[in-house]
Design a protein around this ligand. Sequence first.
Ligand code: UD1
Ligand code: MG
Length: 450
Amino acid sequence: MSERTCLAVVLAAGEGTRMRSALPKVLHPVGHQPMLAHVLGTVEAAGATDCVVVVGPDHEAVANEALRAFPKAGIAKQMQRLGTAHAVLAARDVLARGFDDILVVFADTPLIRAVTLRQLREALAGGAAVAVAGFTPADPEGYGRLIVADGRLQAIREHNDANQAERAIRLCNGGLMALDGRHAVALLDRIGNANAKKEFYLTDAVALANAAGLRAAAVEVEEDEVRGVNTKAQLAEAEAVLQRRLRQAALDAGVTMIAPDTVHLSADTKLAADVTIEPYVVFGPGVTVETGAVIHAFSHLTEAHIGEGALIGPFARLRPGAKIGKGVKIGNFVEVKQAVFEDGAKANHLAYIGDARVGEGANIGAGTIFCNYDGTAKHRTEIGKGAFVGSNSSLVAPVSLGEGAYVGSGSVITEDVPADSLALGRVRQVVKEGWASRLRSLKAAGKKKE
Ligand code: UD1
Ligand code: MG
């Protein structure tokens, strides 16, 4: 099958008004990735070398996301919503280039898996002209029914057009379709709109193929895979299914999770074997964790890299550009942004480290703030290897500490500190002996007068 060429036609012209959102429906994320990007990644994994995304009018943002996720994608515009077959034909020029397999998928059905698309392609390789994904929903209301007779898929009847007996059929159309490229355009051109919705139904390709002496096949899939998203509630259901899949994949890959149901992952989270994730950890997009690292409870990570054996949290916040080296410790209530922690460095408690490099083995004391922002611009802080920053210090960037330098607790550091020196940037302590007892006796005298 691998030598068969494959074009994916991704229908993304949906209006999405039931989402009640300014964001186009197919750009809503699941697992921190737009639904459209999921579908494009899946068609690519299923072997589609080419792809056309069919968008509605005024859908520039959808087209842009399509090109980001699948740079070679073509964009076709469907100016009027006249039905799924009409939408596919918006890509007529590309269809006519001649592909062995044409896959039609919906951009609002993000959970479809590449293995399923491959099964549909295998049905084509096995001689079917049309292959569809069938499933048995808990509630078949609204779905097209698969009409099977003599062990063969004869037709798909849309819910609105189905009679009583047909509505009793439980096997439904999941919406995906694979078409033999040699017949696709001819079949699609023959589809009419004499039906309840006055739409050009893609599903009519099945009956037309049979009428032309071609064969149609159905491949059974689970309901979760063909779950379409039209509302925010369905978006949340799709998210739940995806999260279950991501957690299961992580566990299968050797990640330890004590309470997997409480861990929130992104579609692109990369966790090595023997990483431990404690309960209630949130992974935003772009996080990679190397082996042996432990992410303690209630940590929140986004666009961060965590090196081998690093210990993070509890209650740590790693923001974009956090690069955490081997054996680093980032403790509770520590926030890191655009900062590199070289191997073995530590910030164990209550600190903000932004726009910085913290050298190998350096120690950032409790309550240290890297003052990186002056109200208009961001500035960098460099901490040399083995340097020690005493607790409750402020490092006012741009500033650097040389290797092995010390900063006394409570300092405000505004000038560079050379290697191996001590910097103190605080008011010298004053001690007034006997002052407290004098105060107490004054107070006592005052009380007697009353
Ligand atoms: C479709 C199937 C139905 C199946 C169901 C599964 C058809 C005719 N019916 O019905 O058999 O059980 O999906 O969920 O295909 N679209 C366009 N342009 C159009 C019309 C639709 O791009 O003119 C896109 C929509 O944005 C959506 C997809 O095609 O992504 C499906 O359209 P929709 O109207 O939701 O079809 P259903 O009635 O759900
Ligand atoms: Mg639908």
